[in-house]
Design a protein around this ligand. Structure first.
Ligand code: FES
Length: 677
């Protein structure tokens, strides 16, 4: 008698088919191409194939589904449940439940291979998990036999073919040396981590189900590593450390100079950064209780010089025009070749660089923010000692870098300091009295609120961090202390004790009494003007090239996550835009590295996008200088800021007068640096 066909519908995919009695739900899912996971190959060990059997009538599908339309739970599932906890009602292992009636079967997100990782900001790139490395449990690798001589590797390859339909798998020496011990320790059962279904990354005795990867963002100041579960997409440890290359030079160019002046200096810089990365991986693994051997893939982003130094490529050519990269495409290398102690055959995937000054970190930002996927014209700004800027949408993207220098990070600012407890991070200046109030990192109170002194008794006010500098100078401009041209108004000396003469210029007293006196000098204002003018001029070049203005501005990097968009715009650091669409993306470069870690297709995507980006070299663009000069003014000499004007009252244009003004004009007449023309 022929076996009757049973209708089975899988949700949420809606895939359906008819199946004879006795086949498992995992087999049915595979036959239909339903996204249902399995590491153990249907042996009831991994628990990845869990499904929910729906109960009731489903008119849409013309199906009556019931839990007794599959075979009852038996020993294998009971054993799994006794180890991992009881199933919720209706939940079954797809590989054990066998079809004996019509069914509606739901595949929950945690059982889908290509599940989505939820991201906090809706406008960002979705992450679908489809990692480059997957685990395969292999049972019954044939034992060696005198009568049938075949090597251990050949018999493992045969088992991979027979049990998982994987052909032409390959092991390099680093994994091969561990093969025989692993097979015997596992009594001919092993879990193989395979990359791109081809390269053996690790061989673990017995059944293993944990797979991790690390996304590393090598910045010139800090290195950040995100240890990520390759199955769930969850970040299990996020760690950071200072880049030890700092002792060879604070900024990128001084490190390139070190390499130029010291034969073998590049090797030294490579060695220390690799050691730091390896130590960081160890820290993350310890924090999350993960073995280094469970880390199966590493992705890497960094600016061009960091990218080159990590790979062991001499960055000398990046120190001057025409800024030739050794390589700009994405690159894969075995992790052990970079001295990283992870799974023996693991690879490092470095994202592509965009141009000599626009690196794999910016490629990461693009991948994370996905401007190439949207109609909306997005301006992405990653602020560091160089601002890396991308502008465009799905039709066209432009990129450039602009030499902002380290002022935004607090360097070159007399009272600047890194963001740390005791640093001023928020500032407000009374428009009438010109008295300031501020907040310091480590205390939620404003300085004029009761209890501030007690609350900060253990955290003395020591300086101003990057976001505080933006705010204090913007507030000085909005309060009329600084003119549109960036000159501290000496006429205020008689009106407030907060403005005082310093040599031939003036300064604003932000803080005194307790800790060091903190003054904002004319040179500080000038340093911020130069930095923000460079940033804006770069963005303006891209806007001109695109013939459009941004509809969204996204600030990436640590600096971007702390600055208030209103103040950034009031200074003219970024172009005018609907303020509701100006946001910080945090460490978007690192997020891009994490996306590349979790999704193979994302790698092809960013490689393709990067090749299509139109690169603009600011150094040879004649218009850059003109934009730079206009952008020295607050917020800008030429460009209007209508959205900003709706939000805040911009001060009336003010020609500087008094001592400050006279000195300014004199300096200008002598070709001095104070005044942009
Ligand atoms: Fe592993 Fe079902 S496939 S438990």
């Amino acid at each position: 008698m022929p076996l009757s066909a049973n209708r089975v519908v899988f949700t949420p995919s809606g895939k359906r088919g008819e199946f004879v009695e006795g086949g498992s739900l995992l087999e049915a899912a595979r036959a239909l191409g339903v996204d249902l996971d399995s590491v153990c190959g249907g042996r009831g060990i991994c628990g990845r194939c869990q499904v929910d059997i729906a109960e009731g009538d489903f008119a849409k599908h013309a199906i009556h589904s019931s839990a007794d339309h599959v075979t009852p739970s038996a020993e294998v599932e009971a054993r799994y449940a006794s180890k991992r906890g009881a199933f919720s009602p209706g939940r079954r292992l797809g590989c054990q439940a066998r079809i004996c009636g019509d069914l509606v079967v739901d595949v929950p997100p945690e059982s889908q291979v290509h599940r989505q990782v939820i991201r906090k900001r809706a406008e960002t790139h979705p992450i679908e998990i489809d990692p480059v490395v997957r685990l395969y449990y292999v049972v019954e690798v044939r034992e060696p036999d005198m009568h049938e001589p075949a090597s251990d590797l050949r018999r493992l390859q045969q088992a991979l073919h027979e049990q998982w339909n994987l052909n032409e798998t390959h092991a390099d020496l680093a994994t091969l040396v561990r093969l025989q011990k692993a097979l015997r320790a596992g009594q001919w059962k092993v879990t193989v981590a395979l990359r791109k279904a081809r390269d053996i990354v690790s061989i673990t005795p017995g059944f293993a189900e944990r797979a991790f990867g690390v996304a590393i963002d090598v910045g010139s100041t800090t290195i950040a590593a995100h240890l990520t579960d390759l199955t769930s997409g969850e970040v299990v440890a996020a760690v950071g450390a200072m880049n030890p290359q700092i002792r060879f030079g604070e900024d990128l160019m001084s490190r390139v100079s070190y390499v130029m002046m010291n034969p073998g200096g590049d090797k030294e810089l490579t060695r220390v950064v690799r050691e730091a990365m390896n130590a960081l991986i160890g820290d993350a693994a310890r924090e999350a209780d993960v073995a280094r051997g469970e880390i199966l893939e590493v992705t890497l982003v960094g600016n061009p010089i960091m990218h080159h130094l990590v790979l062991g490529l001499d960055p000398t050519e990046l120190g001057g025009a025409p800024f030739a990269l050794t390589i700009d495409s994405a690159y894969e290398v075995r992790a052990y070749e970079l001295g990283l102690d992870v799974a023996p055959g693991a690879f490092v995937y470095a994202l592509p660089c965009i141009a000599g000054h626009v690196g794999a970190d910016t490629a990461g930002v693009v991948l994370a923010e996905g401007p190439h996927l949207k109609d909306e014209l997005t301006l992405l700004v990653d602020v560091g000692t160089n601002a890396e800027i991308v502008f465009g949408n799905c039709e066209q993207l432009f990129a450039c870098s602009s030499p902002t220098g380290p002022a935004f990070e607090g360097a070159q600012i007399s009272c600047g300091q890194r963001a740390a407890p005791g640093a001023i991070e928020r500032v407000r200046i009374d428009r009438v009295t010109l008295e300031p109030k501020f907040k310091v990192i480590g205390c939620d109170l404003w300085s004029d609120e009761p209890g501030f002194a007690e609350a900060t008794s253990n955290i003395p006010v020591t300086g101003v961090c990057g976001s505080g500098i933006i705010e204090v100078i913007a507030e000085m401009f909005l309060a009329g202390i600084v003119s549109e041209d960036g000159v501290i108004d000496g006429e205020l000396v008689g009106r407030t004790g907060r403005v005082e003469p310093v040599g031939r210029t003036f300064a604003y007293v932000l803080h005194e009494g307790g800790g060091p006196r903190l003054l904002i000098y004319q040179t500080d204002v000038r340093a911020i003007q130069l930095a923000k003018a460079a940033l804006y001029a770069g963005a303006k070049l891209l806007m001109e090239r695109a013939g459009a203005k941004p509809e969204r501005v996204t600030l990436a990097g640590a600096f971007g996550s702390h600055i208030d968009p209103v103040y950034a715009m009031a200074l003219g650091l970024i172009p005018d835009c609907d303020l509701a669409k100006v946001a910080s993306a945090g460490n978007a470069a690192g997020t891009g590295a994490r996306i590349a870690l979790l999704n193979l297709a994302a790698r092809a995507e960013i490689e393709g996008v990067v090749r299509r980006i139109d690169k603009i070299e600011t150094a040879i663009e004649p218009e850059f200088q003109r934009h730079f000069v206009a952008a020295m003014a607050f917020p800008n000499k030429e460009d209007a800021f209508p959205h900003l004007a709706q939000r805040i009252a911009l001060p009336p244009r003010k020609e500087p007068s008094g001592e400050g003004g006279r000195r300014r004009r004199r300096a200008a007449a002598h070709g001095g640096p104070l005044t942009p023309s």
